[in-house]
Design a protein. Structure first.
Length: 279
């Protein structure tokens, strides 16, 4: 699994946006060790239990999984994600507070490049192409989790895709507004005594910056997607249900087996990387 490798994967991802100096890299590594230790000891059990509950709900095909129950699972995931942002926000702020003007220029240049890529791929294309892309992506996800999709399920995806409201333009506008707020915040990182609190608020409550129109369309699409999943669950073949339950239970077992010793995980990861490089 990816989880034990996050101590080097995350810095690698960060490096795609901003080049850290040696001291900042050490600070990030130390923060990551503590954050992963906290997450492993306090959060993974909740993930494992959620997966167990989901497997229980899916086990009996005579009792369909309701849209309301799926909403409850979605809300659980939102809460867990919010807790993570609250935990890591102050530490990310500590690193950004030390960034030079040159580093921030690099950061926002890379953010702008990704926004432009998003615009090209999802905003500047005809709606029929966007719908086709959305349909293919959902079918791919269903195949990954449920095994081969049936004709009935494929038609359900086609119907769902036709009803989904376009979000890309509003999403891009939201990205740009958040980027502007972050840019203004970081411009005063040295003389703003509440910089850390303001940054954490932006990170944790970023969804609250959405326009009412954008949020309404997200809510509509969420309902449509959960209704699709409920419909597909009711149409699962015995083979598909068995396949799905196997995947969920495997993930649940993997969470239970993870080593929560950050030092051991850190050492094991780098030993593996060294072995692969030398081999």
């Amino acid at each position: 699994m990816t989880y034990p490798n996050l101590d080097w994967l995350i810095p690698w991802y960060v490096d795609d946006y901003i080049t850290l100096n040696q001291e900042q890299s050490r600070l990030l590594e130390n923060h990551l060790i503590h954050a992963l230790d906290w997450h492993c000891h306090t959060q993974l059990s909740a993930y494992g239990q959620t997966l167990k509950d989901l497997a229980y709900d899916l086990d009996d095909p005579r009792v369909p999984l309701s849209v309301e129950r799926l909403h409850a699972y979605a809300d659980q995931l939102k809460i867990l994600w919010r807790v993570i942002k609250i935990q890591i926000g102050p530490e990310v702020a500590d690193i950004l507070a030390t960034a030079s003007d040159e580093q921030l220029a690099e950061l926002f240049e890379n953010v702008e490049q990704r926004n432009n890529t998003f615009k090209t791929e999802y905003v500047d294309i005809p709606l029929d192409q966007l719908e086709q892309k959305r349909r293919k992506k959902m079918i791919k996800r269903i195949n990954r989790w449920f095994s081969e999709i049936t004709p009935v399920q494929k038609q359900a995806v086609v119907d769902w895709s036709a009803e989904i409201r376009p979000l890309a333009a509003d999403g891009l506008d939201h990205r740009q507004h958040v980027t502007a707020e972050l840019r203004n915040l970081l411009a005063r990182r040295q003389d703003n005594p509440d910089f850390k609190g303001a940054f954490v608020d932006l990170l944790v409550n970023i969804d609250q910056r959405r326009s009412a129109h954008y949020q309404n369309n997200i809510d509509v699409n969420t309902d449509l997607t959960l209704m699709l999943l409920a419909k597909i669950e009711r149409s699962l073949t015995p083979t598909q249900r068995s396949y799905l339950l196997g995947r969920i239970r495997t993930f649940s077992a993997d969470f239970e087996k993870l080593n929560c010793d950050p030092a051991a995980a850190h050492l094991s990861t780098h030993e593996t990387v060294s072995t692969q490089v030398s081999g």
